[in-house]
Every structure is written in structure tokens, then in C-alpha cells.
Design a binder for this molecule. Sequence first.
Ligand code: MSP
Length: 531
Amino acid sequence: MSDSTYYLTTPIYYVNDAPHIGHAYTTTAGDVATRWHRQRGEKVWFLTGTDEHGQKVMRTAEANGVAPQEWADRLVESAWLPVLKTIDAQNDDFIRTTQPRHTERVQKFLAGLKDKGEIFEGAYEGPYCVGCEEFKLPGDLADGTGEFEGQKVCPTHGRPVETVSETNWFFRLSAYADKLLAHYEANPNAVAPQSAYNEVVSFLRTGLQDLSISRSTFNWGIPVPWDTDQVVYVWFDALLNYATAVGLGDEPGTPGAERFAEIWPASVHLVGKDILRFHAVIWPAMLMAADLPLPKQVFAHGWLLVGGEKMSKSKLTGIAPSQIVDHFGSDAFRYYFLRAIQFGSDGSFSWEDMSARYTAELANGLGNLASRAPAMVAKYCDGILPTPGESTAAEVAVQEALTSAASTADEAILRLDFLNGIQAMKSFVDVVNGYVTEQEPWVLAKDEANAERLSTVLYTICESLRAIAVLHHAVMPKATASLWEQLGADVALGPIDQQNVTDVARWGQLPAGTPITKGAILFPRLEETAE
Ligand code: MSP
């Protein structure tokens, strides 16, 4: 167990447009989870990337007068790679579905399924939504309103569907409904949260239809290896990225095969709730058909809403991550979205709410504590961390609060409950702020007779900040690295990202005698701007 790799993926994003905060939300969550697991000393692999084939991308490229590959290259370079820097994501790999490492492995996988009798030729006629890149059943559609009155529309995109009528290749998806049901009954954590699990199981109980997995009326996709007039259906191509990126199907003894053995299956696929069925129905069926291990979990998070609707570029409600990061910083961006919205539920973004939390929890809460401590050590102890004297009940209470916060945070983040994880960390910050107020080190400092007591109090605050920095590092890498340096902990204890979160509550790690310096303010107060 401890030897296996924690392999986390985000969906691969369509390159038809630039990212908005809904996309950045998934990547941020993945980045926090993987940083946390790294800080538990585990082997970790974090994959993200772009989904570049299909009609949606092709039509956008055409509308912009460029070839689809050129369009994809442009968007990846100008938008999708830069957003990772904007939000400070530390992915290990970035896969693009137009890379040969992907296209070749997809073709090989497909040929393997064909040889096994999992793929057959058939005729398809039915509605298709290019926005979702999904075949729809008549019951999936809604009645159009406004300009689409009288037409059937996709409920997600609010636009009319198209009718596809083609002869193409099918995957025997219908054969997997019972096997998938049995799998989910035996593995109730394989889809989370519970609402997503229930949705998948009730969908499977209605049975599955075979899936058309190729298209012949356009050519922006991976050619079907035995019938090159057809291209692979974009979702069949895209889902495979999680496995092609780590060497799917490579010959035994090759580096790809070794990687695959080491990393596959995925520990968790993070997805938005709109793409849950692709991941919890089609994808595991494809893997079952190829006799490959299934991912341990698919976690479906909610949507960021604007005016009660899913934020989206096509509805012109998309907010670029840089709009928020330029104002609040990447740490606050990461903190806010995971702290304010229960991962798994929908949530609304508002500048007012974000500003209020920034001020209360970051500038006043953590930031104030972090700036007071070095200032007091500078003033009363010449900038050197003093040796503590005997602990009293007040110090024991701080140490106990840390033990409990650390274990609550760990348990919560391991189940991707970021809100409660961060809440536990924040509760410890509140305890330490309360301790400072009660102990009044500035009063102790007035009388030489209290020297030992002052040392104990200042040590307790700084050692608490050591733990606070380690605990918050996955969420706010930049501010905590700065705090770590101010505490002199980089020299005394080594790099912050090497500090094990499961050991964070062991008291007394920051050695007395460490030089503490006052550095930059972690969370500067915001100018009152009317956004
Ligand atoms: N390309 C497919 C995924 C293929 S994975 C094998 C796709 N791409 S997408 O760019 O349209 O969406 C990517 C992810 O962004 C999805 O998980 C989707 O739920 C998420 N989000 C898009 N808008 C969102 C919000 N407003 N809020 C939260 N997440 C949102 O689907």
C-alpha cells in the first residue's frame, strides 16, 4: 500500500477556448491533494492536459480561420500551460491528445479491443450535442426556449442538438452494465461523493446501450487503425489519456511498461459532475474490456455558478483565473475555492465573499499571527528563538489543539474534503491567536522577572507557526514558504515541502537559538476596490 503511487488526474480540457475559474478549480484541488500526499512521504504522480480532437475544437479552429492543430498549439501555449503557473500548480506531466505518445497507444488499444471481439460495425442514427461531444437519448433533451422555441435542446448547453446518421464502429458497452454494478456494489468508494455514487448506480440499473466510437463525417481525430476513413470518437480517445500518459500497452520490458506497472491504476480521477458518466461508466467498461485494473475512485465535484448557472465561456460568464489571482494572489485563490465550497457541491463565486474571507481569515487571522511573532522575537529576544521554560496548562492546550487539528486535517484531505481540512487548520490558527491575546507577551516583557515565561510564550507561538506553515503548505505554497524562511526553519529543518504532515504535531521541532527574521507581509491588506 505505502509503496503504490498516489496517481491523481484532472480532466483534460477542451482547447476550444481559454480556461475560466471552473477549470482552474479542478486543477487547484488536484494540486492541493497531490502536494498533501507528497508531504506524507508518498510517491505521487499528478497528470493534467488538453483534449484537442473532435468537432467542437475543429469548428472553433475553422471559425478562426486556422487548422485545428495550429489552433490547439496556440491555445495550449497561450492559455492552458500559463494557467498552471497562474494558480501555482505542480503537475508532473501534461498530456495533449495530439501527441504521438497518445495517438499511437490509442490505436493500439483499439486494435486490441477489436481483436477481442469488443468492437463491431453498425449504423447509428440519433441526436448529438457538439458542446458535450455526446450522443444523447431522446429522453435526455429539453424543450428549447427563446430563439430555440419548438426545438429540442441539450439541457447543459441550451442549444439544439444535431442528428448524426452514420455507419461506424461500436463498442459493446451494453455487456458491461451488470459487471459495473457488481463492481460498484463491492466498492462503494469507487465513486464519490455519495450523491455521485447514487447517480451512477441508478443509471447503470436502467441498462446500457452499445456506444458508437468512431465518426466518418469529419477527420479531426485519431484514425481508426483498420478503417482510416473513420476517426475515433473524441471521448473514447480522451478517456484513454489517463492510461496512455503512463505507458498503456507498451511491450513488456520497455520503460513505458514499467511506468504503467508502477503507476496504474489511478488513485483518483477528479471530474466535474457533468462528465461523471463518461468516467464512471464508459471508462471502466473500456478497461474491463481490455482486462486492465480499474481506477480506485472517480470523484465528481460541483460547479462554480454565476447567477445560479454553471459558469461557462459560451454563456459569457467565464472569469479568467488571472483576474482573481492578479488581485488576491495565487495562494488566496487556492485557499478560497477549497475553503468556501464543499468539494462535491456547487458553489457561487462573488468578489465580496472572497474579499471578506481574505481579510478576516488570511490578512487578519493567519497573516497577523505570522507577522506578530517575528516582530516580538526581534524586539524582546534580539531575533533569536528563545529556549522555553516549563509548559503550563495553556501551552499543553496549544499542543493538544495542534495534535487534533493535524489529524482532522489529514483525514479530511485524504477524503478530498478540503473545506473541513482547511477548517481544522484554521481552528488551530484561531487557538494560537487566542493564546497570544491571553498570554500578553508585551506585558510579560515589561518585567525582567517574567523572562522565562516570556521565552516559553514566544517559543510556543513560533513552534505553532512552524506547524501552521507545514499544514497550510499544500494549500498556500508561496506564503508558507515565506513564513518558513522568516522562522529560520529552512536552515534548521530543511525545505518546507520535505516536512511530513503526519509528523507535524510532534512538538519542539524548531530548535531554540534559530534566528528569526521579519519578512514580507504574507497577505497584504487589499485596497478597497469596487470590482
Ligand atoms: N474534454 C472533456 C473532458 C475529458 S476528460 C477525459 C471536457 N472538457 S471541458 O474543458 O469542457 O471541461 C473540463 C472540466 O472542467 C470538467 O470537469 C468540467 O466539469 C469542468 N468545468 C467546466 N465548467 C465548470 C464550472 N463552471 N465549475 C466547475 N467545473 C467546471 O469536459
